[in-house]
Ligand binder design. Structure first.
Ligand code: HEM
Length: 323
């Protein structure tokens, strides 16, 4: 019986004789081959399926891995590498303070203000396709946009509403920065950049107001620029202005309007400041502003909160031993 088992339990004569041995080996080989064929029958389809699935998964293709160098699985190292090796994501820090980005802390207001600026730039460029900054055309172009241009009304209103919201957003952002004391060391410089951004946001709004060339804009700009008469030293009605030779025809108001009244030159100047000058300066300031947020150690944030599971973890190092 023992021999039978050794020979594969075939019941053939055991390997004492020459022929008996051969038969035993042949049977062994055939069984192994049978087993292998059986295994291949089940393995090949499984492996083929795995490979097809792999091809179906775009993250496994060579094209994908040539662009994205790192896996997106949830390890801290891969997450950091994923951020650092992407041109857009690397603008953000790889790690941030969990509490600093809570909506209840920042209100998301800086980001919302920036988002509105992007909307304004986009819709503003589209509006430029229809608008001429001339006394004859300007108001007609606005009517044309409102009534005839496909989606013109929504385009104009998106621009108007985003402008109002950006002004509100920038004030709320400044208010939050003040409430959280984020103007203090080391963020004093960025606060000052912020003040400039506030001024340029208001100037964008003000210069845009004249462009429809309607009564509202005309009188708003008349009143606004009249204030410039009283600028110290630079306005003809301001302190030391007359003594320094300022008249209605050479003072700062004259420079703003391109004349002594709100007319065609004022419209053209508003247009150029509104579409080119101020957006360029504001964009540069925003780049500096965001860069400084990172360089000043990220968003200020309250003291880090320790999660319960983190607090429960056994500590390492000499401090833990002493405790
Ligand atoms: C166009 C206007 C502005 C944009 C787009 C803008 C955008 C941002 C963004 C995205 C942040 C990151 C944190 C957050 O979202 O709250 C930030 C932070 C900051 N902003 Fe502004 N901002 C603007 C105007 C201002 C103004 C008017 C001030 C103050 C006068 C200011 C002062 C600051 C300061 C000090 C920080 C750092 C805050 C912290 O670390 O907690 N920004 N800004």
């Amino acid at each position: 019986m023992a021999d039978e088992n050794k020979n594969g339990g075939s019941g053939a004569p055991s390997g004492n004789g020459k022929n008996g041995g051969k038969v035993g080996i042949l049977e062994k080989v055939s069984t192994t081959v049978k087993e292998d064929v059986q295994a291949l029958k089940t393995d090949i389809p499984t492996k083929a399926k795995e490979q097809i699935d792999g091809l179906k998964d775009p993250t496994k293709t060579q094209v994908y891995t040539s662009i994205f160098r790192h896996k997106h699985d949830d390890t801290p190292r891969n997450r950091a590498l994923g951020v650092l090796s992407n041109v857009f994501l690397h603008l953000h820090p790889a790690k941030i303070n969990r509490d600093a980005v809570r909506y209840s802390y920042t209100w998301g207001m800086g980001g919302i203000t920036f988002y509105l600026f992007i909307i304004l730039t986009y819709t503003g460029v589209l509006l430029m396709f229809y608008y001429h900054p001339s006394k004859v055309q300007a108001f007609r172009d606005v009517l044309y946009l409102e009534h005839d241009v496909p989606f013109g009304k929504i385009l104009r209103n998106m621009h108007r509403w985003a402008a109002h919201l950006m002004v509100i957003g920038v004030w709320l952002h400044m208010f939050r920065v003040f409430l959280t004391g984020s103007y203090k060391k080391p963020r004093e410089f960025n606060w000052n950049i912020g003040v400039l951004l506030l001024v340029f946001t208001l100037l964008l709004s003000f210069t845009g107001y004249l462009l429809p060339d309607d009564q509202l804009g005309f009188w708003a700009v008349t009143v606004g620029t009249n204030m410039a008469r009283a600028t110290p030293m630079l306005g003809h009605e301001g302190p030391f202005g007359p003594q320094l030779g300022m008249t209605p025809y050479n003072d700062v108001r004259f420079g703003l309007l391109g004349g002594s009244i709100v007319d065609a030159n004022a419209l053209l100047r508003s247009y150029i400041w509104h579409c080119i000058g101020i957006p360029i300066v504001a964009s540069v300031l925003m780049i500096v502003h965001f860069w400084r947020v990172r360089k000043d150690g990220g968003i200020s944030g309250p003291a880090p909160v320790v999660l319960q599971e983190e607090a429960d973890k056994p500590r390492r190092g000499p401090k833990a031993a002493g405790e």
